[in-house]
Design a protein around this ligand. Structure first.
Ligand code: PA5
Length: 421
C-alpha cells in the first residue's frame, strides 16, 4: 500500500482549493494518462508491460542466473538514470545475490582505485550501462575495468564476463559484437531516469538477488492507480503533482524528501535526479533535496524550522516494522539520564521523533507524508512508478518538457573541449 497523507499541508493549501486546481487542470492529467505523441520517444515506461512483460522477465532471470554462476561481484558501470534505480533497491534491501559494486559514476582516481581494490579476491562480472555511449564517466570506467578483466582473466574469459546495456545500433553495440560481449538492448523509448522498470535495472537487480517480479507487480498496481482515475482525492500521484505546483505558485522553491529510515538514502538520490533533470529548466522548477533523519535534524532541521520559509517537505513514512526493525533498549544501573527510554523499542523511539518533527515543521511549512506499508521490492516498484508518473504530471503542469535535460550540455561542451575531444 502507498498513500499520500496531505493533512499536514491543509493549512497551506485547502482541500477545496486543491480540488478546484485539479479540476481546472484536468486536461493535463488526461494527456499524461493517455501519453502524448510529442513525447512518444520517452514514454515507453508508461505501460509497464512494454519493457517488463513476461518475456522480458523470463529472459532477464535467465541471463542473471548465467551471470551469477560466473561471479560473486557484479559491477554496475553507469551514471544517473543508468544506475540510480538499481542502487536504490540494492542499498535498501541488500538482497542475497551477487555483491554489487558501483563504477562509472565518478572521475575520481581515488574512488576508481578503491573500486579496483574492492574487486581483488572476487569473481567479477561487469555491466556497462549507457544509453548514449558518450558519457565520460561510464565510458572511462568501462575501459578501465575491461582492461582490468583482460589482464586478470585473459581476453576470451574476460569477454564472457562483460555485459553491456546500450542503444541498438550504437558504437557500444558494435564494440560488443566485435568483442563477443553479451549485449542487452536499452529500452528505445525510455530516457535514463525513467528506466527503473526496464532491463537497464531489472538485470542488475536480478543478479543482486532482488525479486524483480514483485518489483514489476508493484509498478503495475501503481500504473492502474495513476492512469485509472482522474479523481484527485483517489489519484494520489495527481494530487502530489497538483500540490507541488500550487506550492510553486505560492513561492515554495525547495522540496525536501525526508525519511527516518536511512535505507531510503539511495532512493532519495534517485528521486532528486528524477525531479531535478525533469523539472529544472526554463528558469523554473522546485529544487529537490533530501532530509535524512534523524541525523540531519541536527543540521538541515534548524533551517527547515527557522530559515526562510520557501521550502516544503515530503516524508516517507514506513508504517509496518519488518524483520530487523525492532530493538529494545534495556534498563541500566548506570546513571546516564536516559531512563525514560528503558524498555522502549527503537522503532517506537524513531516514530516519536518523526511525529514530533512533522508536528513542529507543519507549524511553519507544508508537510506531505507518503505512507508505505512495507519496504520491499513490490513497494519499490510502486514508488518508482508513482513518482515517475507524478513527475511527468508535475512537469507538465509547470509547462516544461519532463523528458529532456538540455542544461547538462553546457558543462559537457567545456569539459570535452578541455580534454581535447
Ligand atoms: O535521465 C537521463 O537521461 C540521464 O540522467 C542519463 O541517465 C545519464 O546522463 C546517463 O546517460 P547514459 O546512459 O547515456 O550514459
Amino acid at each position: 500500500m502507498l498513500n499520500l497523507n496531505t493533512r499536514f499541508a491543509e493549512k497551506y493549501v485547502s482541500p477545496d482549493k486543491l480540488a478546484a486546481y485539479a479540476e481546472s487542470s484536468a486536461e493535463v492529467l488526461a494527456r499524461c494518462q493517455a501519453g502524448e505523441g510529442r513525447y512518444a520517444d520517452s514514454q515507453g515506461w508508461l505501460d509497464v508491460d512494454e519493457w517488463a512483460g513476461p518475456e522480458v522477465l523470463a529472459r532477464t532471470e535467465q541471463l542473471a542466473t548465467h551471470l551469477r554462476a560466473l561471479c560473486d561481484t557484479f559491477v554496475i558501470i553507469g551514471v544517473g538514470g543508468s544506475n540510480n534505480s538499481a542502487r536504490a533497491v540494492v542499498e535498501a534491501l541488500h538482497p542475497h545475490g551477487a555483491r554489487i559494486v558501483y563504477a562509472g559514476n565518478t572521475l575520481s582516481a581515488h574512488e576508481l582505485n578503491r573500486v579496483i581494490k574492492d574487486l581483488e579476491g572476487h569473481d567479477v562480472v561487469i555491466d556497462c550501462i549507457a544509453k548514449n555511449f558518450e558519457t565520460l564517466e561510464p565510458g572511462s570506467s568501462f575501459r578501465l575495468l575491461r582492461q582490468y578483466l583482460v589482464n586478470r582473466y585473459g581476453r576470451e574469459e574476460a569477454s564472457r564476463r562483460i555485459v553491456c546495456t546500450g542503444t541498438m545500433g550504437s558504437s557500444l553495440e558494435r564494440l560488443c559484437r566485435a568483442e563477443g560481449y553479451t549485449f542487452v538492448p536499452f529500452a528505445t523509448n525510455v530516457g535514463g531516469r525513467y528506466t527503473a522498470l526496464t532491463e537497464v535495472h531489472l538485470l542488475p537487480l536480478a543478479v543482486a538477488g532482488a525479486d524483480i517480479r514483485a518489483l514489476v507487480s508493484g509498478a503495475r498496481k501503481m500504473q492502474e492507480a495513476c492512469r485509472g482515475t482522474s479523481d484527485v482525492t483517489t489519484n494520489s500521484a495527481w494530487r502530489y503533482a497538483c500540490l507541488r505546483n500550487m506550492l510553486w505558485d505560492r513561492g515554495y522553491r525547495t522540496e525536501l524528501l525526508g525519511f527516518f529510515e536511512p535505507r531510503f538514502r539511495w532512493f532519495s538520490k534517485w528521486w532528486e535526479q528524477l525531479f531535478a533533470e525533469s523539472e529544472g529548466k526554463d528558469g523554473k522548477g522546485i529544487f529537490p533535496s533530501s532530509l535524512e533523519c534523524s541525523e540531519e535534524l541536527h543540521s538541515l532541521g534548524q533551517y527547515a524550522q527557522d530559515g526562510t520559509h520557501q521550502l516544503f517537505e515530503t516524508f516517507i513514512d514506513l508504517l509496518t516494522p519488518g524483520a530487523g526493525d525492532s530493538l529494545v533498549l534495556g534498563g541500566t544501573d548506570v546513571a546516564d539520564s536516559f531512563d525514560y527510554l528503558s524498555g522502549k523499542d527503537f522503532w517506537d523511539i524513531n516514530k516519536a521523533s518523526f511525529a514530533a518533527t512533522r508536528a513542529a515543521h507543519a507549524e511553519v511549512l507544508p508537510v506531505l507524508t507518503l505512507e508505505l506499508d512495507r519496504i520491499d521490492e513490490e513497494h519499490f516498484g510502486m514508488l518508482f512508478y508513482w513518482f515517475a508518473f507524478s513527475c511527468y504530471a508535475s512537469g507538465s503542469l509547470l509547462g516544461v518538457n519532463p523528458f529532456d535535460q538540455p542544461g547538462v550540455e553546457a558543462y559537457k561542451r567545456l569539459m570535452f573541449e578541455a580534454l581535447g575531444k
